[in-house]
Ligand binder design. Sequence first.
Ligand code: FDA
Ligand code: NAD
Length: 433
Amino acid sequence: MVQSFKYVIVGGGVAAGYAAREFAKQGLKPGELAIVSKEAVAPYERPALSKAYLFPESPARLPGFHVCVGSGGERLLPEWYAEKGIELILSTEIVKADLASKSLITAAGETINYQILIIATGSTVIRLSDFGTQGADAKNIFYLREVEDADILYAAIKEKKNAKAVVVGGGYIGLELSAVLRLNNIDVTMVYPEPWCMPRLFSSGLAAFYEGYYKNKGVNIIKGTVVVGFTSNSNGEVKEVKLKDGRVLEADIVVVGVGGRPQTALFKGQVQEEKGGIKTNASFETSVPGVYAVGDVATFPLKLYGELRRVEHVDHARKSAEQAVKAIKAAEERKTTEEYDYLPYFYSRSFDLAWQFYGDNVGDTVLFGDNNPESPKPNFGTYWVKDGKVVGAFLEGGTPEDNKAIAKVARVQPPVQDIDVLAKEGLSFASKI
Ligand code: FDA
Ligand code: NAD
């Protein structure tokens, strides 16, 4: 079978959903747009999977968190796509893309032709088997990327009573999953190679708070070593985790979060790549005219810092998708779009904690507030100062107004005269900007 559409989005995740909404806003005729997704469900807010989806009581379930509820927008149910005449081609993996002939081939051998293509294939997980870790194919070693993975993990959490879990990795997945496993009353040990958790963002001062808080919640933390192998029982289920430093940990469940990898393989050799992603211009158009890349796969010009960046966070997935669609529509009408001027925004939530970060985490760090893990209501943060200016700001436990203030600081980049004064002023420095 051959199907043809004016616009095709390959990938049906966060960026695809926000792009569809923007197409509908800008004006779309029935039958013009198709979304092709390997997943069996309409686009949803992926961040829910490592948080409320795994809660012991009243866990979040679809259709509750389809896009665009994560940013306070309308929830786009499958019926919405049908009403707009948007074809949702689900449970369909694209296995070949030929950008020269503007065609995609599905795993079932069908052809989908397009005039304009948006690549929104996101990331896939890095697996321990990629490093050749011995025994990494044992049962009950879990990864988390898609709703299907979350369902399998949830079933294991429910099935195992008094379970022991080892969480491999000290990044986003490591921290969010350790917390939610503890909420499920599971014994949790985190293992990561670095001297402190979330090293790609946290300073040692920030990490000290989170590590202390997690320990108080009963999470064991083993740092500075890696997993070298697993042993399993006669059913092939994981039983032990072997560490490089010689320690052996008991485990019924292992959750691995050792990073993501952008899914660019379909387009290798056909588009220019940069920094591990598909290189785009400020309109998210790739080196091939009429082919756009958004979300996790895009390496785009970040105007604020005058360099190309790839960002693996949901706010960027949403905004890049909207920008690409605006640019596509503007080009059709021979108009121009407003220049894309993105301010990086990352966040996480676990236990009763919630932090936000805006800007760039480069330069010297200035910790402010009370980062004592025993504090009944943690409220502290960090500024990053480069070339005498604040370029990044992090805040735990902020109110919506506080978070707006740190976003503004990161955008405005005010000069700093004295770092000690900045540390003393803390949040009030941001609130004055
Ligand atoms: P996304 O991964 O959302 O979608 C890609 C889609 O493409 C998937 O549906 C996939 O199946 C499909 N696909 C890939 N290849 C295909 C092919 N060949 N054929 C068909 N379909 C294909 N960020 C944040 O800022 N705050 C947070 O709290 C979290 N929390 C979080 C939790 C978990 C568990 C994960 C995995 C990720 C987060 N993130 C996050 C990151 C955020 O979710 C991520 O940056 C966005 O989902 C990226 O959106 P994309 O649309 O680019 O990819
Ligand atoms: P990550 O990059 O945040 O963390 C990877 C961690 O893996 C590192 O910090 C390190 O501790 C660890 N690691 C690396 N090699 C290792 C090894 N050989 N053995 C043990 N540990 C090792 O990636 P992630 O946590 O896997 O997250 C995957 C993706 O999902 C990322 O794109 C992330 O941005 C996204 N995500 C984001 C959020 C959020 O923004 N709140 C939440 C969940 C997931």
